[in-house]
Design a protein around this ligand. Structure first.
Ligand SMILES: *Cc1c(COP(=O)(O)O)cnc(C)c1O
Length: 435
């Protein structure tokens, strides 16, 4: 498999080069030259296959011969070594819980897969590779946990000061070792802009081996397909295919689901569930896309004004707005509706969604109300304990803290404050170069 840049100003590369570079040299996102079809009988066999086997089957064509079979099987098994239960919430709505990994968020899957691929590709390198990543909340924790202690890899994380939850901030700043957290005086779009600028800085790039771990990296993006397969594996075989509602910010997760669909996974319809940052829902309605400035919301991991992976969605469907519109419905959900949904779902069903899951639930419920014969799945992308400031006022009760967090919460925080200016980031990156 080869990957071309969506900007089309550089040559296509293999999985290894795309993973190590993160972004193409022309600033574009990498995209696979062909979308493989799942093998015959794969969908029917899903209930009998192990999660690791599903992951290997889905990902092998994308990895090609850049990783030998035994290594890739090991990487797949380690990336998905926790449960992905499909939990019924009402008679028409189920939650696909993606938060049973080490940082209680779906991003663990992509981060664990990518860190192991990068570790494999770097096994003979003498210069360390630096993973540079901007996070609006959950990416950083998942990446930090995925790479913690991996030899030859340093991680530098930029996060918006005061805009991530206390548990998230601990997951970014308290690990130590090869993880450095930069606390940016700005919003997520500032963090992302600084990171993009670093990747365009050829002088810096010649002095440091930089790579990205955001969802733009193919090794983070592609493995997210596998849990859509796990959802179908648990879906009643006699039922019509589900509507799948995905809480979306940078749109890597949804775009991976669309990829699985194009490869042959039966899904009736997708819902792009956003908070008030609605660049994509606006495009779906009108056919016109315009980037926005991110606004802070209760579902802060989705506070993205100009989602990177939107370009991949366009590419996947040949930029045909009518085709995309037929498969995908956009919703923009207010904070008031998000909070009310958390409280109402908890009261009526006993299920406690996190704010991102609540956005997806609200959108799915509305879509299903207009399609009375359909039923669906919403992705529960994080554990509610990561967002107590949104969840507790909505239910009037504290969220029980999983014991797996006790130790992390007691550790001291270490971060370096950074103004939202590129020169400041550049100076830190050069200062840290290992002599
Ligand atoms: C990152 C994140 C999202 C958004 O995922 P994208 O792939 O960026 O669209 C949704 N929910 C949670 C909890 C997240 O951390």
């Amino acid at each position: 498999m080869r990957y071309y840049s969506l900007n089309r100003q550089t040559e296509p590369v293999d999985f290894r080069a795309a993973t190590v570079a993160g972004q193409a040299p022309d600033g574009g996102l990498y995209f696979p030259e062909t979308i493989p079809r799942f093998p015959a009988g794969f969908v029917e066999q899903l209930p009998e296959l192990s999660p690791a086997e599903v992951a290997y089957t889905v990902l092998q064509p994308y990895v090609g011969n850049t990783i030998p079979e035994v290594e890739l099987r090991r990487i797949c098994a380690e990336a998905v070594d926790f449960p992905f239960p499909l939990v019924p919430v009402t008679d028409r709505i189920s939650a696909l819980e993606l938060f049973h990994g080490p940082t209680l968020a779906f991003k663990d899957v992509g981060a664990r897969f990518m860190s192991r691929c990068l570790g494999y590709f770097s096994r003979h390198e003498t210069r360390p590779v630096t993973v540079l990543v901007a996070t609006s909340g959950d990416t950083g924790g998942a990446v930090a946990s995925g790479f913690l202690g991996v030899p030859g890899v340093e991680v530098v994380i930029l996060y918006p000061s005061g805009k991530v939850s206390p548990v998230q901030e601990q997951q970014l700043t308290a690990l130590g070792q090869n993880i450095t957290a930069l606390e940016v005086d700005g919003n997520f779009d500032d963090c992302q802009r600084l990171v993009k600028q670093a990747f365009r800085d050829t002088d810096l790039m010649s002095r440091r081996r930089l790579t990205s771990a955001n969802s733009i990296n193919v090794a983070r993006w592609l493995p997210q397909q596998v849990y859509y397969c796990y959802a179908l594996a648990q879906w009643p075989s006699q039922a019509a295919p589900p509507v799948v509602s995905v809480p979306s910010g940078n749109f890597g997760n949804l775009c991976a689901g669309l990829l699985a669909y194009v490869s042959g996974l039966p899904v009736a319809h997708f819902v792009a569930a956003c908070n008030v940052n609605d660049a994509v829902p606006a495009y779906l309605r009108s056919g016109n896309y315009s980037a926005q400035v991110a606004v802070a919301t209760l579902s802060n991991a989705m506070d993205v004004g100009d989602p990177s992976n939107f370009g991949r969605i366009l590419e996947l469907f040949g930029h045909e707005h009518p085709v995309i519109q037929q498969l995908l419905t956009g919703y923009s959900v207010s904070d008031a509706d998000t909070a009310a949904t958390i409280g109402r779902v908890y009261e009526q069903t006993g299920y406690l969604p996190d704010p991102h899951g609540a956005v997806a639930y609200f959108a799915l419920e509305d879509y299903l109300a207009q399609h009375p014969r359909a039923s669906g799945i919403f992705l529960e992308t994080a554990h509610p304990v990561k967002f107590p400031e949104a969840v507790e006022p909505a239910t009037g009760q504290p969220v029980p803290v999983p014991t797996s967090l006790d130790e992390l919460l007691r550790k001291p925080k270490h971060s370096i404050k950074l103004p939202p200016e590129y020169e400041a980031l550049r100076a830190i990156l050069l200062e840290n170069v290992v002599a």
